[in-house]
Design a protein around this ligand. Structure first.
Ligand SMILES: Cc1ncc(COP(=O)(O)O)c(C=O)c1O
Length: 396
């Protein structure tokens, strides 16, 4: 394999890093890709090595050459001190929260957070004695007023993965830090390629590797990165929990890493084109996409982000539910399903009013979230044309 000197390694741009980092010629015996390592037991060559506790691989729950390779590469592109892997994006959120919180602590969570994360806060964290307060995602530096003496963590997600609410992460992080609270971010939408969490004050950054890292909707994976202040605590927590992802999934994620930038750039290009087209449709009230100039969070996005991904939402003009159902059922290319960032375009209906508590969600019409895949954009438009015709016919 290519032999990177430490100086070159440091200087590589993101795209080259994705190709060259996390490679271990020795572990893969010269083959380009490191294979999945399966197993529980790792043998020691002798008694002295076992007693020394210095052997890198000791047991299946504590890492393999494949997971190390992915962690090294992901930490590098995230600008982090280190990364850990877990079996899903939701478990990554849970590990980050568990790293930062103890009984008696107070937690602040954006009202636009991924809904299952809220459920974890409202059930298990509550039972463990952690109190959660939800806040308006647009709060910015105003979060100061919500910080209590026992606020130990502030959770941000920018933009929110349904409502696309932007957040002023640096302002929130500065206020949280001034009071010693840990800043946790779900950075799945942008990935570290489009938003550098740790440069913007985030301590623990979560990525659902299920999405763009995989890109093929065939694995579940979570990653958490930490800055130097938090990495040791994060590593200790995940080691104690002993929840490694499956070896095959780690292998596939490492493989996905090599082409992630290309897929993400294409998703960005396709989603922007579709968002602009949807903006001109008579059935659409509003398009929620941070890269659109008239979007409410656009200035923050432009200031802090390097790109936009393939996930955005629209608010339709008021229409009865059966008409929206007829539209969705008539689509042939857009699949109806959860998750996102795969090669196939997806759509789901959503309604944040069913779970938001700190802010009122009244968008003015039914909402649809699109994950734009790699199909030809003209075919996608034709599919939606068909869908809108059904919507209008059914709405009468
Ligand atoms: C923003 C966001 N974070 C986390 C997750 C959870 O990822 P996973 O499906 O791997 O648990 C999702 C899944 O849809 C998501 O959209």
């Amino acid at each position: 394999m290519a032999k990177l000197t430490p100086t070159t390694k440091k200087k590589l741009r993101a795209r080259s890093r994705l190709v060259h980092l996390g490679r271990d010629g020795e572990a893969s015996r010269g083959f380009i890709n490191i294979p999945p390592f399966r197993g529980s037991t790792v043998l020691y060559p002798d008694y002295a090595t076992l007693k020394s506790r210095k052997q890198r691989y000791t047991y299946g729950t504590h890492g393999t050459p494949t997971s190390d390779a992915l962690c090294e590469a992901w930490a590098a592109i995230s600008g982090a001190a280190g990364a850990v892997l877990v079996p899903s994006g939701l478990s990554a959120i849970i590990v980050a929260l568990t790293t930062a919180l103890s009984s008696g602590d107070h937690l602040l969570v954006t009202d636009a957070a991924y809904q299952p994360a809220r459920i974890y806060c409202n059930t298990i964290l509550k039972r463990m004695g952690v109190e959660t307060t939800y806040y308006d995602p647009a709060i910015g530096a105003g979060i100061e007023a919500l910080l209590r003496d026992n606020t130990r963590a502030v959770f941000v997600e920018a933009p929110g993965s349904q409502s696309l609410d932007m957040q002023d992460v640096p302002a929130i992080a500065a206020a949280a830090k001034s009071r010693g609270a840990c800043v946790i971010m779900d950075n799945t939408w942008a990935t570290p390629l489009f938003f550098s969490p740790h440069e913007h004050g985030v301590d623990l950054a979560v990525e659902a590797g299920t999405k763009y890292l995989s890109g093929h909707s065939d694995i579940l994976l979570g990653l958490v990165t930490a800055n130097a202040d938090w990495f040791e605590r994060l590593h200790r927590t995940v080691d104690l929990l002993a929840i490694p992802p499956g070896p095959e999934d780690v292998f596939l994620a490492l493989r996905g890493l090599r082409t992630m930038e290309l897929r993400l750039r294409e998703a960005e290009r396709q989603a922007l084109a579709l968002a602009l087209w949807l903006k001109g449709r008579p059935e659409v009230l509003r398009v929620l996409h941070p890269a659109l100039e008239d979007y409410v969070g656009h200035a923050i996005w432009r200031r802090d982000f390097r790109g936009s991904s393939g996930l955005f939402s629209v608010v339709l003009k008021p229409a009865p539910e059966p008409a929206v159902a007829a539209m969705l059922d008539s689509l042939e290319l857009f699949g109806l399903g959860y998750s996102w960032a795969g090669f196939e375009s997806l759509v789901i209906p959503f309604d944040c009013s069913t779970y938001r508590t700190a802010t009122r969600w009244a968008p003015g019409g039914p909402c649809l979230r699109f994950s734009v895949g790699l199909e030809d954009i003209e075919d996608l438009k034709e599919d939606l044309d068909r869908g809108f015709a059904r919507l209008s016919a059914a709405a009468g």
